[in-house]
Design a protein around this ligand. Structure first.
Ligand code: GUN
Length: 280
């Protein structure tokens, strides 16, 4: 039976440490989160981010914009936040409504306030093997979780399922930097299970139940990034936990695995940006 990669436990440990650090500051970091539209999942994520920041003593503001907001209005707001010295971190929750260009919005955020690491500057740094201002939150959280359980990446075959800009793409680079052999699979991959069977570490970030125990190599490590509600309203991940946990040596649960680590990483990034700006 696989050991659980407990994201909640590690989150609590990291946040406790961060709180002690933030308590020492005379001026506080300020995270501004922009939410456009009323995507229900985004609303939950954004509220969690705000609540966690507040617990740490990080000043946090959520700006809610209606779906009809124009790209120009949003860009003007970002410009204002870029110029506001009290704002140390800016996050635009994704996805954005279709009429707004994600590229233009990301391009507008100052790289030194880009708490997601999603601006072209920071993405470019990451993909050229240099160090970005901060690393994207979900990939960062996954690497912290693996490190906590002393799971080595060097020389290992890591299979990532999913090529999103939020998880799969940046994660592939970060894992490559750890000297792993990385395979990125996606919706057009043929014979997925032949590839997953060769994975020492399998990371799935699709949002659909696609990974079963019989697709896995014995004693592999499973990181499940997917999260969605099934037809009975139950929260599920990409991986069939019951069959996979019989084959794997470690597995991250959903909920309680990667989700809490994403929030913890966002808080770490907020503090890192603040310290860089204050030259602490
Ligand atoms: N939507 C889902 N995950 C994320 C994230 O990590 N950052 C942002 N900005 N939007 C998201």
């Amino acid at each position: 039976m696989a050991e659980i990669l407990d994201g909640k436990k590690l989150r609590d440990k990291l946040l406790e440490r961060l709180k002690t650090q933030v308590d020492k500051y005379t001026i506080k970091p300020k995270l501004v989160v922009i939410l456009v539209g009323d995507n229900p999942a985004s609303k939950i994520y954004v509220n969690n981010k705000k609540k966690t920041a507040e617990k740490l003593g990080i000043d946090s503001v959520v700006l809610n914009y209606p779906t009809e907001t124009t790209e120009k209005e949003l860009l003007n707001k970002i410009e204002e936040l870029n110029n506001d010295k009290s704002v140390t971190a800016i996050l635009v929750q994704l996805p954005l409504p279709k009429h707004i260009s994600k590229e233009n919005v990301m391009n507008k955020i100052l790289p030194e306030k880009d708490v997601d690491g999603f601006t072209p500057y920071n993405f470019g740094k990451l993909f050229s093997g240099e160090t970005p201002t901060v690393y994207p939150c979900t990939p960062k959280g996954i690497l912290l979780l693996l490190k906590e359980y002393n799971i080595e990446l060097e020389g290992k075959h890591v299979v990532i399922v999913g090529r999103s800009n939020i998880v799969g793409r940046p994660l592939s680079q970060m894992i490559l930097n750890k000297n792993a052999t990385v395979t990125v699979c996606h919706s057009k991959t043929e014979n997925l299970s032949e590839i997953t069977k060769t994975a020492d570490i399998l990371i799935s970030a699709v949002g659909k139940n696609i990974i079963e125990g019989e697709m896995l190599k014995s004693d592999c490590v499973i990181v499940d990034v997917g999260i969605f509600k099934d037809e009975n309203g139950k929260t599920r991940g990409d991986v069939d936990f019951e069959s996979a946990s019989k084959v794997a040596s470690y597995i991250s649960p959903v909920p309680g695995g990667v989700g809490p680590m994403t929030i913890a990483s966002l808080m770490l990034n907020t503090v890192e940006l603040f310290e860089k700006q204050q030259s602490l």
